[in-house]
Design a protein around this ligand. Structure first.
Ligand code: GDP
Length: 476
């Protein structure tokens, strides 16, 4: 397949109800990614319910539904083009587990659109401590999304006021600077997702605004730096058993190149196989490069054997496995928020590439001060705001890599929002060694863990990068 334009993966972030779905639906319609007839149908459905303004938000929900019904491999992605780039929206708002996907999904995104409502009370709600405007921005930055576009949205509700726009822009600029963004590179676009202002055409309602439209801002992004020269790594997203085809592993190539017919190894499974065929968006490929979201048909491996969070690599440079007796790793981390203290022995859930796994703090090695200087060796605990080197060990064999070599596989978030009881169940199992010897949770505990993951409400995170010199420039 000819590769015409560089590919950029986008996530849409922001507080609930700030207009993400409406904006994305309207934008996709305006750039021709949604058929007029389909929109007409949604419009009628929405009208019948007396909610005409829903039609754009429905574009996302309905397309997701229809794709699920119609296709064997549903990657759930939306695509569009600008003059310079091909875009894929890898996480659309409106999905119920949007926030959960943020943690695993953002590590794959090259850029984010942050949607912030200009409406009084809504702006404040998203921006208050614990609000999603704040949380999502911190998470995006920490997981390596350096390119951000801010839409100051629902401008129709504030009479397209320049004063309101300026006030919100300045406030956000201060906050984004504090978490490490270079704000002079960030466009702050006054938009109305509902009426379409400044999405694609410049709006006559905002004559005072001289910056780019959303479409132009997307076209002005920097293409992601190719990680093509590194060894191959593909974290597994989903595995399908397809009639007449066999096992198909889907995921995004993070580093390196996968060639059709290449011998590969899947870790921590430890099995070798051959990439019989590769396809992207239903088109066969001879080779896949970083950024490609692909399906790989493999032989000799049952779909049930491979799990989300496993990693595909070349046989001469297999992905690194730690955990459950196979070793631990050292990471620099920042405690963004935590209700109490983190001691050695604590076992929260770690999110890294597409993997979620419980991991134990084996050791808190040293604590750093605000300028990056060592302030304490072997501290007893760390708490909110602390920056420290820690030693972690996943309770199951897991692929992690060094951040400087494989950035997308070397940064992680940990979180732990469930009840103390559930936490003890997992931690207790890791202490008595059962998880180590079996390499997996026992049934009821896995159920418990899963139930808690489902309940995840974006409550709190601590983030880090593995064995890296990077210092996250957070201010607290
Ligand atoms: P999400 O939760 O961020 O995806 O937000 P939605 O797109 O579902 O929008 C939330 C509510 O705000 C809905 O009632 C929308 O109709 C409304 N809304 C979204 N964008 C705009 C806008 O630009 N102007 C106005 N007036 N309302 C909007």
């Amino acid at each position: 397949m000819a590769r015409k334009k560089p590919h950029i993966n986008l996530v849409i972030i922001g507080h609930v109800d700030h207009g993400k779905s409406t904006m994305v639906g309207h934008f996709l319609y305006k750039v021709g990614a949604v058929d007029e007839r389909i929109l007409k149908k949604y419009e009628e459905e929405a009208k019948a319910m007396g909610r005409e303004s829903w039609k754009y938000a429905w574009v996302l929900d309905k397309l997701a539904e229809e794709r699920k019904r119609g296709l064997t491999i549903d990657l759930g992605y939306f695509k569009f083009e600008t003059p310079k780039y091909m875009f894929t929206i890898i996480d659309a708002p409106g999905h119920r587990d949007f926030i959960k996907n943020m943690i695993t999904g953002t590590s794959q995104a090259d850029a984010a659109i942050l949607v912030v409502s200009a409406k009084r009370n809504e702006f404040e709600a998203g921006y208050a401590l614990g609000g999603q405007t704040r949380e999502h921005a911190i998470l995006a930055k920490t997981l390596g999304i350096d390119q951000l576009i801010v839409c100051i949205n629902k401008m129709d509700l504030v009479n397209y006021s320049e004063d309101v726009y300026t006030e919100i822009r300045d406030e956000l600029a201060r906050f984004l600077t504090g978490i490490g963004y270079k704000v002079d590179k960030i466009p702050f676009i006054p938009t109305s997702g509902l009426y379409g202002d400044n999405l694609v055409e410049k709006s006559s309602n905002t004559p005072w605004y001289k910056g780019p439209t959303l479409f132009e801002a997307l076209d002005n992004l920097e293409p992601p730096k190719p990680m093509i020269d590194k060894p191959l790594r593909i974290p597994v997203q989903k595995v399908f058993k397809i009639k007449g085809v066999g096992t198909v592993i889907t995921g995004r190539v993070e580093t390196g190149v996968l060639k059709k017919g290449q011998e590969i190894i899947i870790e921590p499974l430890g099995k070798k196989t051959i990439a019989q065929s590769i396809e992207m968006h239903h088109t066969p490929l001879d080779e896949a490069i970083p950024g490609d979201n692909i399906g790989i048909n493999v032989k000799g491996i049952a779909a049930e054997e491979v799990k989300r969070g496993d990693v595909v690599g070349p046989i001469d440079n297999p992905p690194s496995v730690v955990g459950a007796g196979k070793g631990s790793f050292v990471a620099r981390m920042i405690v963004i928020w935590h209700p109490t203290r983190i001691y050695a022995g604590y076992t929260p859930v770690m999110h890294i590439h597409t993997l979620q796994v419980a991991a134990t703090f084996k050791n808190i090695i040293r604590k750093y001060g605000p300028k990056g200087e060592v302030i304490e060796e072997n501290p007893e605990f760390i708490a909110k705001g602390d920056n420290a080197d820690v030693e972690l060990e996943p309770i199951k064999p897991s692929v992690v890599e060094v951040y400087s070599e494989f950035p997308p596989l070397g940064r992680f978030a940990i979180r732990d929002n469930w009840s103390v009881t559930a936490l003890d169940a997992v931690a207790g199992q890791s202490r008595d060694g059962a998880a180590r010897s079996s390499g997996s949770y026992q049934g009821d505990q896995e159920e418990l863990l899963r139930a808690n993951l489902e309940n995840f409400q974006s409550s709190w995170y601590t983030v880090g990068a593995i064995d890296t010199q990077t210092f996250f420039p957070f201010s607290f």
